[in-house]
Ligand binder design. Structure first.
Ligand code: SF4
Length: 173
């Protein structure tokens, strides 16, 4: 196991630029404060070495990947936080409005449920085999441009396939 002193700054820089490229390609935005974003990428890099997966730098990971699936970056809560607060919990990702200075980033509350609730939800989800036949309170969204489907509480900010904006999604019956 490596520790922080083993971090190769050149690898972190490479990881940062790769993430920036991937983020743009998928229609999302990294925080424009380069040093801040790079520090978070460095923490993700360290977590990858520590846990073998990129656990969120702002949350306490358990070290058990199955328990931490929801906080592997980008976490399950990113889009909802971008929608409601203009930033993900750590501030690594920001919304288009923040980039265009129409909205300021502010501290946001933790959206991740406590462990007991997560376990309950996991047990319920395991009883559903088809991801598009999930609980009634998890709607399925369809991109009207390319037909991409996803089951989540809100449609994504951008379609990961065709990059259509959120308002091009409709609820799938
Ligand atoms: S809060 Fe941001 S940095 Fe943390 S896992 Fe979610 S998307 Fe990644």
């Amino acid at each position: 196991m490596k520790n922080q002193s083993n971090v190769q700054e050149s690898e972190v820089t490479r990881a940062y630029y790769q993430l920036m490229k991937d983020t743009k390609a998928s229609g999302y935005n990294l925080n424009p404060d380069k040093n801040f974003a790079r520090d978070l990428v460095k923490s993700l890099y360290i977590n990858k070495q520590r846990y073998t997966y990129q656990a969120c730098p702002c949350r306490l990971a358990s070290g058990n990947k199955l328990d931490d699936l929801d906080i592997i970056c980008p976490c399950d809560y990113r889009d909802a936080d971008l929608e409601d607060y203009g930033t993900c919990y750590c501030g690594l990702y920001v919304s288009e409005d923040v980039i265009n200075k129409k909205r300021h980033v502010e501290p946001i509350p933790e959206r991740r449920p406590v462990k007991e609730i997560r376990e309950q939800t996991k047990n319920q989800q395991e009883s559903y085999r088809n991801p598009f036949q999930t609980k009634k309170d998890v709607p399925v969204w369809r991109c009207r441009v390319c037909g991409y489907l996803c089951a989540r509480s809100q449609p994504p900010q951008r379609c990961p396939i065709c990059k259509a904006a959120q308002d091009r999604f409709e609820q799938f019956p």
